[in-house]
Write a protein that binds this ligand. Structure first.
Ligand code: AMP
Ligand code: GLY
Length: 423
């Protein structure tokens, strides 16, 4: 079977690596991929943001199954474009991807289906947003969220009215996020510990994955600006079973059932971002895809054939698979380029990759790498590598990941030193 992975980051590298181990996969393609992925897959040079061209190339290459990494092509309707051509693809349709594509849709959906989330209002105009803040119905801090896709830049926790007004002006009047910020969600601030649950779904049933913890802030101790994710770990027993059951029965299952009831069945990976409040778990956001770097940590624990799970999603027969997850722990440390999460410097030469790859239990997933004219790996984006290690004991997996990180070098590299540090 020929499979195609869409995207170009370390999450997609992990998908490519795992699929390449499947006995039924004869060839793996990736579009557009990166220099690391090119070692394991044939790259197609079509941008992930071009669904129609991707569907055409999948036809031409006679791809049997396509898997989509990032959210943008899903929200743009790539699954619909493939389905029209009868090409099998894993992911939600455009209508179902609205769970991530529109925060207003997601919040109203949760309200309709009594899925616990923060109290909210939404505004179509800056005037109504100013009025809501001035009215004092929400206490500070208050959370402001741009409605559309904003690559992690669309959420502001405003400490006072001044900051809230400035954000409303920036998003709704100055259009700093383009059309993503023309509508705004204003919501109650929740406190507690954050957790994410990722589930596979075929539109009817769900299959939860092991939990993974992401580190979003750029620097140690959760300081500094937000990033796409600086690392992750996954280990057995991260949440009490009872809490997990509650998240599944009160949130994950009603979400999938609600989407089916509304005629937009959700097939693919649903990522539920949660705040564990004193009143119980509340949904912060939905994503309609695997997390990056959560995917790297989680896929390293999958013992079974990933292809089988993906096929069961497309065949709407998820009940028939019972994947096996290792009880080992995994730790993923992201190595980033100078300047990230601002504008990264690129073109720095990376050394030590070969040595790090030789470490037992370590996989280096490439995120932003390319080959220069002398065939050397150089940096090409903000997140460069996702160095991932697996071991029976979390602390050993952590040591192993950092050992690999310390053998890799490039000018301006930076990474968090506290990934999976349990205090
Ligand atoms: P989101 O993209 O909606 O997950 O928001 C990004 C981050 O903002 C989350 O991971 C939380 O840390 C924070 N956040 C979002 N909504 C809330 C909320 N209602 N209360 C507190 N923090 C929030
Ligand atoms: N690591 C968070 C995300 O993929 O959205």
């Amino acid at each position: 079977m020929k499979v195609l992975v869409i995207g170009s980051g370390a999450r997609e590298h992990a998908l490519v690596w795992k699929l390449a181990t499947s006995p039924n996969v004869t060839k793996v393609y990736c579009s557009p991929g990166n220099a690391g992925i090119a070692q394991q897959a044939t790259l197609l040079n079509v941008d992930a943001s071009n669904p129609l061209q991707l569907a055409e190339i999948a036809d031409k290459e006679e791809i049997d199954l396509t898997v989509v990494g990032p959210e943008a092509p899903l929200v743009a309707g790539i699954v619909d474009a493939f389905s029209r051509r009868k090409r099998r693809i894993v992911g939600p349709t455009k209508a179902a991807a609205q769970l991530e594509g529109s925060k207003i849709f997601a919040k109203e959906f949760m309200a309709r289906h009594h899925i616990p989330t923060a109290d909210f209002t939404y505004c179509e105009t800056p005037e109504s947003a100013f009025d809501i803040i001035s009215s004092g119905v929400y206490r500070f801090p208050v959370v402001l969220k741009a409605d559309g896709l904003a690559a992690g830049k669309g959420v502001v926790i405003a400490q006072d009215a001044e900051e809230a007004f400035a954000t409303i002006r920036r998003f709704m009047i100055d259009k700093s996020l383009g059309s993503a910020g023309t509508r705004l969600v204003i919501e109650e601030y929740l406190s507690g510990q954050e957790a994410s649950l990722l589930v596979f779904s075929d539109g009817k049933d769900i299959l939860p994955m092991p939990l993974a913890q992401d580190y979003k802030a750029a620097y140690e101790g959760n300081r500094g600006p937000n990033t796409g994710g600086m690392g992750a770990y996954s280990a057995a027993g991260m949440l009490p079973d009872k809490l997990l059951e509650q998240i599944i029965s009160k949130i994950a299952e009603p979400t999938i059932a609600g989407m089916a009831d509304e005629g937009r069945p959700f097939r693919g990976v649903l990522f539920i971002g949660l705040m564990l409040t004193d009143e119980g778990p509340r949904v912060l956001e939905y994503n309609v895809r695997l997390g990056d770097p959560e995917a790297q940590a989680v896929l390293m624990r999958l013992e079974s054939d990933l292809l089988e799970i993906l096929e069961a999603i497309v065949n709407e027969d998820l009940k028939s698979v019972r994947p096996c997850w290792s009880s080992d722990s995994t730790v993923c440390v992201v190595m980033a380029a100078e300047g990230y999460p601002g504008t990264p410097r690129t073109g720095d030469i990376i050394s030590g990759l070969e040595e790090a790859t030789k470490l037992d239990g370590v996989r280096i997933f490439h995120a932003g790498t390319k080959l220069d004219e002398k065939n050397r790996y150089v940096t090409s984006a903000g997140r460069v590598l996702a160095v991932t290690a697996r071991h029976r004991a979390l602390e050993e997996a952590r040591k192993l990941a950092y050992k690999a990180v310390s053998t890799i070098d490039f000018p301006g590299k930076h990474y968090r030193k506290d990934i999976a540090e349990i205090r």
